[in-house]
Design a protein around this ligand. Structure first.
Ligand SMILES: [Fe+2]
Length: 315
């Protein structure tokens, strides 16, 4: 009989920080029976970010892991690259499988470089993945294939339940009923996507408006949902004028990105991290651009954002 994962072998070890746990005793290339899948989903809901070490997975197996947590969806950036003439599977910019993104700092010849058409070796500021689409992914899976031997490219995650919980009462009051329109013109490194024109006013920003506080569909808890902060004109509070929006966002970002809310990971080959885009943000330090770094990402299929501002239907 083929080997399968066993629930008794699972170990969930919390990081001791504001979020994240390491899961041991599992090989995600093997089949996971229902009780293992349930235990993993519970560990994810409890810890927001899960780390699995020494995983060796094909893209298909990575997508099968995504299925444990709700299925997979394509990255919002994919269409921009295809529109700009990139052919799926021909370069690292657009992976062959529509639901896999290659996160690397390699150029077309496979050499590590500072700048690519995607995020390259840049530092990536705090953000949640694909908040600029109508139905953002519930989570993301990132599996490392090549990591820089001299370090760099560390990823940090922060707990946005705690960010909301600890928000001063006056700020909680100020954001009530308000929404952020999320900028879909730029990538996570802050550069404009291929074929995109720079915006001149807030009316040029066409992304979706999401509530500033969302309700997690599994835990029922409230979390701050900020997306990504760029230079004006960009994401803004729909209900406020430009100056008031910028002032409020500055206060929220300062609160949401405090060190006490975060956990940081220094990658090794075979590390797989699963994070929840509904209640966490993440950032990445700069990569030494002489060092290759290659990872494959899959997005966990999302569900429509549940607003904290609408009355919740009685159970
Ligand atoms: Fe990201």
């Amino acid at each position: 009989m083929a080997r399968v994962n066993a629930v008794d072998a699972l170990e969930v070890i919390p990081s001791g920080k504001a979020l994240a746990a390491e899961v041991r005793g599992i090989d995600l290339a093997l089949e996971s029976p229902q009780d293992v899948r349930s235990a993993l989903k519970k560990a994810w809901a409890d810890n927001l970010v899960l780390l699995f070490r020494k995983q060796k997975l094909t893209d298909e197996q990575l997508l099968a892991v995504a299925d444990i947590f709700g299925g997979h969806q394509s990255a919002g950036s994919r269409d921009y690259f295809i529109k700009a003439g990139y052919k799926p599977g021909e370069t690292d910019r657009v992976a062959k499988h529509p639901d896999i993104s290659i996160v690397s700092n390699l150029d077309k010849e496979g050499r590590p470089v500072k700048v690519t058409e995607a995020v390259g070796s840049s530092e990536l500021d705090w953000h949640t993945d694909n908040s600029y689409v109508d139905v953002p992914p519930a989570g993301s899976l990132l599996l490392s294939y090549i990591v820089p031997v001299k370090g760099g490219g560390l990823t940090s995650f922060n707990n946005q339940y705690l960010a909301y919980e600890t928000l001063p009462a006056d700020l909680k009051k100020e954001i009530e009923g308000k929404h952020i329109r999320h900028d879909n013109l730029r990538n996570t490194a802050g550069r404009f996507r291929p074929t995109v024109q720079a915006p001149k006013t807030r009316e040029d920003i066409k992304g979706p408006a999401h509530p500033i506080v969302r309700i997690h569909p599994v835990t029922g808890k409230q979390a701050l949902y900020l997306g990504r902060k760029y230079e004006w004109p960009s994401s803004h509070v729909v209900e406020l004028d430009d100056a008031a929006s910028e002032a409020l966002l500055a206060k929220l970002w300062q609160h949401a990105t405090q060190d006490k809310l975060k956990w940081t990971h220094d990658w090794a080959v075979g590390d797989l991290i699963l994070w929840d885009n509904r209640c966490t943000m993440h950032q990445r330090t700069t990569i030494d651009h002489t060092q290759p770094r290659v990872m494959h990402r899959a997005l966990i299929k999302g569900e429509p954002v549940i607003s904290a501002w609408k009355p919740v239907a009685a159970a």
